[in-house]
Design a binder for this molecule. Structure first.
Ligand code: ARG
Length: 620
């Protein structure tokens, strides 16, 4: 991320408090998410001082931001949790705990509320320091080093060759790209992998369709105006294959299906004609996908090997399975059965059996997945975490896969992660390429950009693509999305356009202030504090410092939506602040601080949308 150029120069100083630390030349506001830990430790100690046993690793209470900002900046339910053990009322215990809590850095006041919550208020200086750090850290504000020296492979997008890029793959691309960005922002070394579906029996069908009804030499001359005409040509053939095969079935013959099986078998054996057709199909698909990634403005992949590449590792996997003695034969097929859980009559296998090899010797999707992870482990070393961003309908597959990989000793618990995304639901039910009633992603992108362009042609791309991405990223990934144009391109409320607009507005204020000779600065707020002037803290100040905590959590839980919803909340507080405050005011000492707040806000929106893979317009 590059920081926007501003006309006013940024006058900042590095945070002076003990909580910040310098890493690779940048100040990190480590304190913003450490305060929670410090409070937790202090509260646990206070409880112990009162004679209550509190386990070290699992304190049992929470320290969270209260929903209502007037209740303070952090609150704990410790007294409610431990009142029973202490044999007193929660409120009485809260009083006792508070009495034990002396001086905690950054905390100016503690009070007791409701049935026994303890609320903590950060001191006013803390907020000013936080603004100074935001301006100092610029485009790295919000980052953290939790992933330092750790390596993670994020596999996402993974469309299937010779098929349209579906909205399911769109979800995987958008969420996977955001997760990879967040982890990189958290200090991880990230490998971005596109696991292309480029092998399997369906390619026999595609080869037959192209051979029978198509003309592979003609494909090159098809004009690819929208980037998908060549692809449409292949997909139409694929749909025709199924129509014809259905007709055949009705009349009792089945030669097309047989021909397709034979074509795939020939491809596997390296037959020249089948290979040439396959390579044509592959080239058309890759060109088509590349166009989509460019349009969506996602980061480039580090690797795009595809399933076929890993086939060479299947013999090694078979060997490992034999050696671990977990392969069973059933009617000629090879499967892994999972151990039983529960006891006696009710005992049940943990998962249904995992098929590794069919009775005709053919391997499966599952086998290729095992081979893929074996390869990755060898290529990237033993300490790698692997994340698959794949639809929720494959959840069972991944649970089985991870279990088998543990049985084989490939991975330990927690080193394999599946981030499932829910369905995009359309009024006419699930989409299918076979039936030809698929919605092409390009049509969605084009429509989004067109609608955004009707409002302002200059920002059409940034706003249109941003809308598509944010519409997805603002919700927990496993949730379904009911497809709605109005919601996707909604210009109000929790939409991307609202955030982009707020950013542009903030940047134009900073620019105007620069022209008026007011530079962003926290000094005036510090002076006011020192001279004892009281100033109402804005909600903006109380929300901005939390950004690094939100990024950290989004990274740990692999959920970009925490960032998305945080940004919406933040923009709301900025717009309230903007409504209540005369920001540029030469007669007001604090004006430079208000400009600093405005620039800090813009910085967070830019960094936040940036890790979500969304650009901001300088003007709107
Ligand atoms: N190509 C697959 C599909 O479109 C997704 C692949 C997911 N990754 C994996 N390692 N199985 O359904």
């Amino acid at each position: 991320m590059k920081f926007p150029s501003t006309r006013g120069k940024i006058a900042v100083k590095a945070p002076s408090h003990e909580g910040a630390f310098l890493f690779a030349g940048t100040w990190y506001s480590f304190y913003t998410y450490m305060i929670q830990k410090v409070l937790e430790r202090n509260i646990a100690q206070a409880l112990r001082n009162i004679g209550i046993e509190v386990p070290d690793h699992k304190v049992g209470f929470t320290v969270e931001h209260p929903e209502d900002l007037s209740h303070g900046d952090y609150a704990t339910n410790a007294a409610l949790v431990y009142a029973k053990n202490a044999g007193v009322s929660p409120r009485d215990l809260a009083v006792k705990i508070s009495a034990q809590l002396t001086e905690i850095s950054h905390i100016s006041k503690t009070d007791i509320a409701g049935p026994g919550f303890i609320n903590f208020h950060l001191n006013p200086k803390f907020f000013i320091d936080a603004v100074a750090s935001i301006l100092a850290e610029k485009d790295s504000f919000g980052s953290n080093v939790s992933g330092k020296d750790k390596q993670v492979l994020v596999e996402y997008s993974s469309p299937n060759i010779a098929k349209p890029f579906t909205v399911g793959h769109l979800r995987s691309t958008v969420i996977g790209d955001a997760v990879a960005n967040i982890l990189a922002f958290s200090g991880y070394k990230v490998i971005r992998d596109n696991h292309l579906g480029d092998w399997g029996t369906q390619f026999g069908k595609q080869i037959v369709a192209l051979r029978r009804w198509g003309d592979s030499t003609k494909i090159d001359s098809i004009q690819n105006e929208n980037g998908n005409e060549k692809m449409k040509y292949l997909v139409d053939l694929y749909v025709k294959f199924h129509d014809e095969a259905d007709k055949e079935k009705e009349s009792g013959q089945a030669s097309l299906e047989d021909e397709a099986r034979a074509a795939f078998a020939a491809l596997e054996k390296g037959d020249l004609e089948a290979t040439a057709l396959y390579e044509k199909i592959l080239a058309v698909s890759m060109e088509y996908f590349a166009g989509i990634y460019k349009r969506l403005n996602v980061s480039p992949f580090d690797t795009q090997h595809g399933e076929h590449f890993y086939e060479a590792y299947i013999p090694k996997v078979m060997h490992d399975l034999e050696k671990a003695n977990i392969l069973s034969e059933s009617e000629g097929a090879k499967l892994v059965f999972f151990p039983k859980i529960g006891e006696g009559e009710t005992a049940k296998e943990k998962y249904p059996p995992f098929m590794i090899q069919k009775k005709d010797g053919a391997t499966l999707y599952a086998t290729r997945d095992l081979a893929t992870d074996k390869w990755r482990k060898e290529a990237y070393g033993p300490h790698i975490t692997i994340i698959n961003e794949v639809g929720i309908e494959q959840s069972l597959h991944f649970r089985q896969l991870f279990e088998v990989e543990e049985m084989l000793g490939y991975f330990k618990k927690g080193e394999r992660i599946h981030i499932p995304h829910g369905f995009y639901r359309f009024e006419d039910g699930k989409m299918s390429t076979r039936k030809g009633n698929v919605i092409w992603l390009e049509d969605i992108i084009n429509e989004a950009v067109k609608r955004a362009g009707d409002i302002n042609p200059e920002t059409a791309d940034i706003v249109g693509i941003g809308a598509i991405k944010f519409n997805d990223l603002k919700r927990e990934s496993s949730q379904d999305i009911i497809f709605s144009w109005d919601e996707m391109l909604n210009l109000k409320g929790d939409s991307c356009t609202y955030l982009q607009y707020s950013y542009a507005r903030a940047m134009s204020i900073v620019e105007k202030a620069g022209v008026a000779g007011i530079d962003p600065h926290v000094q005036s707020a510090e002076d006011a504090l020192v001279s004892g002037q009281s100033r109402n803290l804005s909600s903006l100040e109380k929300i901005m410092y939390r950004f690094p905590e939100v990024v950290l959590r989004a990274g740990v839980e692999h959920q970009p939506h925490y960032i998305a919803t945080y940004l919406v909340e933040l923009a709301g507080t900025f717009n309230t602040f903007y409504g209540n405050t005369v920001i540029i005011d030469k007669k007001n000492e604090l004006s430079s601080y208000y400009v600093a707040l405005t620039l800090a806000f813009a910085t967070i929106i830019k960094n936040g949308l940036g890790v979500l893979g969304i650009a901001v317009p300088e003007k709107m």
